[in-house]
Design a protein around this ligand. Sequence first.
Ligand code: GLN
Length: 195
Amino acid sequence: MTRIGILALQGDVVEHERALARVGAETVRVRRADELDTVDGLVIPGGESTTIDKLLRIFALFDPLKARLDDGLPVLGTCAGMIMLATDIIGAIDGQRSLGAIPMTVRRNAFGRQVDSSEAELTWLPDGSTMHATFIRAPWVEECAAEVEVLAVDESHGSHPVAVRYRHAIATSFHPEISRDDRVHALLVDAATAR
Ligand code: GLN
């Protein structure tokens, strides 16, 4: 069975466990480098990217995680997890680092302070279907390299990409784990199973 780790330093872990179980993956919570070694794929959940960055360093996970991502570990980053996967961050705090798995610039808290949380019906570009999305103090993709595949854009705020894929890495501005629509998690599990 494909084994997907969920980075469990901070953020919403349980919802990802449930989504991954629904698409047939085994899950394990990752807090240590030896746990990271055992997984075929990884979820970096939503939460607070500045805190996740700090905790990755405190738990001595930043470098081992970056090395596994550089080596092609399939990964899904949602919301704060999307910020962690970017090469560049607009609105970062001083010294905030990211893992650089996707050549893109993300804007933190992009939807504006007044819109802490919102919902939208997105077009899922791979097949033109509709995807219900929940945004919570979400980032969006300000710009990305031409090789980055855009999976969904937010049509109501200037058509910024809100779901992207690059090689083995998928990132969403929204929280697929709370909408009970498991297509994004299935993409991760497919990539991890194929590897
Ligand atoms: N605003 C948060 C950050 O910058 C992300 C919010 C979320 O993950 N729901 O990390």
